[in-house]
Ligand binder design. Structure first.
Ligand code: KMH
Ligand code: ZN
Length: 265
């Protein structure tokens, strides 16, 4: 499975002129990503001036635009931006996306803190499950694997899927043995993907593909396609990861196959 983290909350149009913002731009981006091999679209949204927002109607328009144009799994962020309140971060869940991210612990995030105290995480998890949303646990540091386990208490009523996000300043670095270590700590039958931020991206992608994991790419994680050249599109980033997967002898999942792997309804 290839996830595209297409937008994020940190990047601006000044950094990345091709950042998709309007529903039309997001739909066109999603179509291109689907053609290049993506099966999951990890969604953040922006307001009309390009600032990150957790506005429910903006999420609705973007989600509907992706659904109208593709069969991609739409995965909402519940992380938002580091400045968002708990209420704002939780609000779009009422739209019942198929999946949503859940970060089971706090972590330094550059000069800021990505704030996920235990009670907030439990409230988000309960809300997701009450709406039949399958969480993807975002693992920025190793203790978060234990944090996720405390949520489902060994008897989850959904498939367990994790995403290792390595190389955020303040989180777990993209150490060469990080993926092997983290994946060895997951419950049986769990699936996992990995992404490396910035210059860590290709080594982490390669390691994940070689070790049986799934992968994530996109503007949220990668600004430069190569030294000195900003990525032209999310689809360009997906295309590179898909080529690496094929070279590693891995098949690319369609959204339908990903739904089976993730046991989505
Ligand atoms: N923007 C980060 C603070 C997620 O989408 O769940 C959090 C984030 C994780 O992007
Ligand atoms: Zn995100």
């Amino acid at each position: 499975m290839i996830t595209v983290a297409a937008i994020g909350a940190e990047l601006t149009r000044d950094d990345q002129p091709n950042l998709p913002i309007t529903p039309e731009e997001i739909a066109a981006d999603a179509v291109a990503c689907r053609a290049a091999g993506a099966s999951i679209y990890h969604l953040h949204v922006r307001d009309s001036s390009g600032r990150p927002t957790m506005d429910v109607e903006t999420f609705r328009s973007a989600r509907d635009a992706i659904n109208d144009a593709t069969d991609l799994i739409v995965q909402f962020t519940s992380g938002g931006a580091v400045s968002d309140t708990e209420e704002a971060r939780a609000a779009p869940l009422e739209l019942q996306p198929e999946m949503a991210t859940l970060t089971p612990g706090s972590v330094n995030f550059g000069d800021e803190v990505f704030w996920n105290p235990k009670d907030l995480v439990h409230r988000f998890y309960e809300r997701m499950r009450s709406l039949s949303i399958v969480p993807e646990f975002e693992i920025f540091d190793s203790g978060m694997v234990a944090g996720a386990e405390r949520l489902h208490r060994d008897s989850p009523d959904h498939h367990l899927h994790y995403d290792f996000v390595l190389g955020v300043p303040g989180g777990m670095p993209a150490w060469p043995d990080a993926i092997g270590f983290l994946s060895s700590k997951l419950p049986e039958h769990a699936t996992w993907s990995a992404t490396g931020i910035g210059r860590n991206h290709l080594p982490v992608t390669r390691d994940a593909l070689m070790q049986g994991g799934h992968v994530r790419t996109g503007f949220e994680d990668v600004l430069f396609y190569e030294r000195g050249r900003v990525a032209a599109s999310n689809a360009e980033l997906i295309g590179r990861v898909a080529a690496m997967a094929r070279e590693a002898g891995r098949e690319i999942a369609t959204p339908g196959q990903a739904r089976l792997l993730l046991e989505l309804a």
